[in-house]
Design a protein around this ligand. Structure first.
Ligand code: NAD
Length: 481
């Protein structure tokens, strides 16, 4: 089947892309499986201009919150109508196994729109309070920040897009979205659903392209706020641009999180949990616990369990519902992941599962790979690999485990595995990271998500994430004398 997406979505219309179209390549077999449009800088200019025109209008920003929330719910209903098609649209581009794509690409954007419609209804937009000095009153208003540029990566593209598009729209902002060049189909499906739902022209626009188009968008004079998700390297560049322009920005970046396996952990449950907490989406997720910290007292047991997990996972066609590990997103990315496997082999770490096969198979597959006896200073323990490669690192006691977990440039996720949940919570409190799971890990739409250190700036999701799409304004009223 050929997936041919030929147009951008700008100002409520399908627009012919300034730079034509480019072939899409299936990660499962390396063959062409469709086309995607390529935007020019003038397409981006047109999208930003449309978003600017739509911002502040009575038909969007000026709508009573109830009516805007209803439009978001209509958007959700449209998304509900093609869950399998949208999940497939992502899987055929980035190789996410369909069993994962159905709930994440298909289902999650719907929940995100509904959650933010509800949050908008509950949020007080304006309150009137007495002055601190008793000399009058102040009206405190939340005002939407304006035109939001949303730049997202190729892993979990539809939910990640909605992490910021849903709250931005709920707040009354307008959006220009730039998906990663690897996953354009799903973004255009989101635009089509918004169009069918009747969102006014210019409220949501989608332009495509790589880093240059992304930079043109985030530095555009018509943009008021930037929401960037991607690698730490690109995030630093976007952060520099926004710093120079004094433009509010959230940066959701890379990670190298730790799973701390405590000495009382049930290893069967831990291994089952690590299948998703360490290897979800073939290791291509930002918050994964890819450093497995194992107590010396049970080190061999943990190594065997993790190696056994890696060997048991079913590798195959992403569209096969029984596949657990799909291909990497691109041949370039597979080469990058494999270069880390070779680096691990040279570092003196012990390869206990996986490795680079002598002959490459069709498609961009990497076998789940586990290294034991890894030192936390080794590059495979320090750098984000973004593939199915795990490092098992021994520790002496809990203090050392926490020290190793925190000895990282990153601080995004992490997990604690234990039979004693209270002890798990106590250890979780000591991990320097934006989120930690005890005996599991799953994002909560109602709670803030984001990173510390090189994992990013700011938070998405929950009321805290929603708040970042508003400016506060205070109107002072002096007491009549
Ligand atoms: P990437 O940084 O290469 O690209 C991300 C997006 O930014 C793409 O749309 C890309 O075209 C664009 N881009 C790249 N350089 C840019 C620049 N200089 N200016 C503006 N836009 C630019 O990342 P990727 O390979 O697509 O995604 C994988 C990375 O994303 C990993 O590091 C992963 O950890 C991270 N990620 C983080 C989160 C999170 O929530 N913290 C979630 C998912 C992925």
């Amino acid at each position: 089947m050929s997936y041919d997406y030929l147009a951008l979505y700008v100002d409520g219309e399908w627009r012919r892309p300034g730079r034509g179209t480019v072939a899409a390549i299936s990660p499962a077999d390396g063959e062409r499986n469709g086309s995607t449009p390529l935007a020019s800088e003038s397409d981006v200019d047109a999208a930003v201009a449309a978003a600017r025109r739509a911002f502040g209008t009575p038909s969007w920003t000026g709508l009573p919150v109830e009516e805007r929330a209803e439009l978001l719910e209509r958007f959700a209903i449209q998304l509900e109508k093609n869950v399998p098609e949208r999940a497939t649209a992502t899987s055929v581009q980035n190789g996410t196994p369909i069993s994962i794509a159905l709930p994440s690409e298909g289902g999650a954007p719907i929940g995100l729109l509904r959650y933010h419609a509800g949050l908008a209804r509950r949020t007080v937009v304006e309150d009137r309070r007495e002055r601190f000095d008793g000399m009058g009153e102040t009206i405190v208003r939340r005002e939407p920040v304006g035109v939001v540029a949303v730049v997202v990566p190729w892993n979990f593209p539809q939910p990640i897009t909605m992490f910021t598009v849903a709250p931005a729209l709920a707040a009354g902002c307008t959006v220009v979205l730039k998906p990663a060049p690897e996953t354009v189909f799903g973004a255009l499906e989101l635009a089509a659903a918004a169009d069918r739902a009747g969102l006014p022209p210019g409220v949501l626009n989608v332009v495509t392209g790589g880093a240059e188009i992304g930079e043109h968008l985030v530095s555009h004079p018509g943009v008021d706020r930037v929401a960037f998700t991607g690698s730490t390297a690109a995030g630093r560049k976007v952060g520099e641009i926004c710093g120079r322009l004094l433009r509010p920005v959230t940066l959701e970046l890379g990670g190298k999180s730790a799973a701390i396996v405590l000495d009382d952990a049930d290893l069967v449950a831990t291994t089952q949990g690590l299948a998703s907490c360490a290897l979800l989406n073939s290791g291509q997720a930002c918050y994964l616990s890819t450093r497995i910290l194992a107590p010396r007292s049970r080190y061999d047991e943990v190594v065997d369990a993790v190696a056994g997990l890696a060997k048991a996972l079913k590798i195959g066609d992403p569209l096969d519902r029984t596949t657990q590990i799909g291909p990497m997103v691109s041949s370039r990315h597979r080469e990058r992941v494999e270069s880390y496997v070779r680096l691990g082999q040279r570092s003196g770490a012990r390869l206990v599962a996986g490795g680079v096969p002598a002959e490459q198979e069709r498609g961009w597959y990497v076998r789940p790979t586990v290294f034991a006896d890894v030192d936390n200073s080794d590059p495979i323990a320090r750098e984000e690999i973004f593939g199915p490669v795990l490092a098992v690192i021994p520790y002496r006691d809990v203090d050392e485990a926490v020290a190793i977990a925190n000895d990282s440039e990153y601080g995004l996720g992490g997990t604690i595995w234990t039979s004693d949940v209270d002890e798990g919570i106590a250890v979780a409190r000591r991990v320097r990271s934006g989120s930690v799971g005890v005996n599991y890990y799953d994002l909560d739409l109602g709670a803030p998500f984001g990173g510390v250190k090189a994992s990013g700036l700011g938070r998405e999701l929950g009321p805290e994430g929603f708040d970042t799409f508003f400016h506060y304004k205070s109107i002072y009223l002096h007491k009549a004398t």
